[in-house]
Design a protein around this ligand. Structure first.
Ligand code: SF4
Length: 448
């Protein structure tokens, strides 16, 4: 098989991946601000070389879809002429407002850049797994707690140290200890070397499961500092206006179901430039940040973004649905998730669950590995409905796609009726038995 058509890899420019709508290229920004001109040029190249669909992933990577064997070369040439840098090698993420955030304890943008240079200068020797990543969090307002990574570091406000954990998001990762900021690159490199030595499929969480956390913590005992685990934080939300260090602001704008057309993104970028923006950054959670504008300009830009179909309000119902590419975009898709998602968003339940519904084209569950109140999974053209589970779990009921919006709407009504206080939908559903949930989905009021 041609090397650039391999599945299961994170395709950089030189390694596009074959999908149902052509070749896909994934670009991981370095976390620095892309000028409006550069981002608009990227969108133009995506429109002229691909099918115009641009995605921003849950980790803030940019995906260009619908390229061909020929046009991918033109796209690569166009990107080479754009003044914007993308990560090569394992993704090293920093918080999306690194260097601009008045609340950050450490500007980790410089540490992330040093780590990328260290990886490039001293290759990890063997094939590191394509999904291995590092998250370095400066302790600011748009933190990376929800982003899973093999190696994660979090700056602590009271000291120039970073807390190290491995194999998960902030909730699930195994804590290791803390290192001084000047030792962060060395600590990450030592752990990445051991992960790489395990081969392309090795992940930090597997090493911990097999050999315990000591297999990784013992690598850095000489630079470990005994500091308490940092406290939990409220979830970060990219949407909205965020104050920056220089007195200006950034505005977070979401892509509905994680994708937008290049034309809409070009219009948004031109409006950002007209507002005097320094540029744009991508952010975890399928969002963009327009940075370096005034509060007044942010209001105007929010209006324009909303008219262009982007998400600017925290209570936008489209945020309740997370959907993968699905059929026909993904060859493995059994249902057209992107066609179904807008009608499901109208029926979703506003509440503390985010997302409320995971719409998955197949049981792989790419868009959301964790449990959601309702997971809809494609099975031979039909929709399996899993309650409080993931796409890999056994569906409670299977429906035709056209029956899904009605079923979800009835379920949402039922949850609203049965909700006590500020209970989440997941909590309401967890106290109902199978028969009660079936009655909710199929339209009969459950007996309490
Ligand atoms: S979950 Fe299945 S259908 Fe959806 S993107 Fe992943 S492989 Fe494709």
């Amino acid at each position: 098989m041609n090397a650039h058509l391999r599945r299961g890899i994170c395709p950089a420019l030189s390694q596009p991946i074959a999908t149902g709508d052509g070749l896909l290229v994934r670009l991981t920004p370095t976390g620095t601000t892309m000028s409006c001109e550069a981002f608009a040029a990227l969108c133009t190249a995506a429109r002229s070389c691909g099918n115009g669909v641009i995605e921003i992933t849950s980790r803030g990577s940019i995906q260009i879809r619908g390229l061909t064997e020929v046009s991918v070369k033109h796209f690569a040439a166009a990107v080479a002429g754009i003044d914007v840098a993308f990560c090569e090698g394992p993704p090293v993420l920093s918080d999306p407002l690194a260097g601009l955030d008045p609340q950050e304890a450490v500007n980790v943008g410089a540490i992330a850049a040093d780590l990328r240079r260290a990886i490039a200068a001293a290759p990890l020797g063997v094939d590191i797994g394509p999904k291995v990543s590092v998250a370095i969090d400066g302790g600011g307002m748009l933190h990376l707690d929800a982003v899973a990574a093999d190696v994660r570091m979090r700056a602590q406000a009271s000291s120039a140290h970073l807390h190290v954990a491995v194999g998960g998001d902030a909730e699930t990762a195994t804590p290791i200890g803390a290192v001084a900021a000047e030792h962060a690159v060395e600590a990450a490199m030592r752990m990445l070397r051991v992960i790489a030595a395990g081969g392309p499929a090795a992940r930090a969480r597997d090493i911990v499961a097999m050999n315990g956390a000591a297999a990784l913590s013992s690598l850095i005992t000489d630079i470990l500092v005994d500091l308490p685990r940092p406290p939990r934080r409220a979830a970060a939300d990219t949407l909205g206006v965020h104050a920056l260090r220089d007195g200006r602001v950034a505005i977070g704008i979401g892509l509905a179901f994680g994708h937008a057309h290049a034309t809409a993104l070009e219009k948004l970028t031109h409006a950002a430039a007209d507002s005097g923006a320094t540029g744009l950054r991508t952010a975890p959670g399928r969002a963009l940040l327009v940075v370096g504008i005034t509060e007044h300009s942010a209001e105007r830009l929010a209006d324009i973004a909303q008219r262009l179909g982007f998400i600017v309000r925290a209570d936008d119902p489209r945020r309740q649905i997370v959907a993968c590419a699905g059929a026909p975009i993904c060859a493995a898709g059994e249902i057209s998730t992107r066609a179904l998602a807008p009608s499901l968003a109208k029926a979703a339940i506003a509440g503390p669950d985010a997302p409320m519904v995971h719409l998955s084209g197949c049981a792989k569950g790419c868009a959301c590995p964790r449990s959601t109140p309702l997971t809809v999974v494609g099975i031979e053209g039909r929709c399996g409905v899993v309650v409080n589970g993931s796409a890999r779990d056994k569906p409670l009921v299977t429906l035709m796609p056209e029956a899904l919006p009605g079923a979800l709407s009835r379920c949402a009504d039922g949850v609203r009726r049965l909700r006590a206080g500020d209970e989440s939908a997941a909590e309401v559903l967890s106290r109902l038995d199978r028969a009660q949930i079936m009655r909710l989905i199929l339209g009969e009021a459950p007996r309490a």
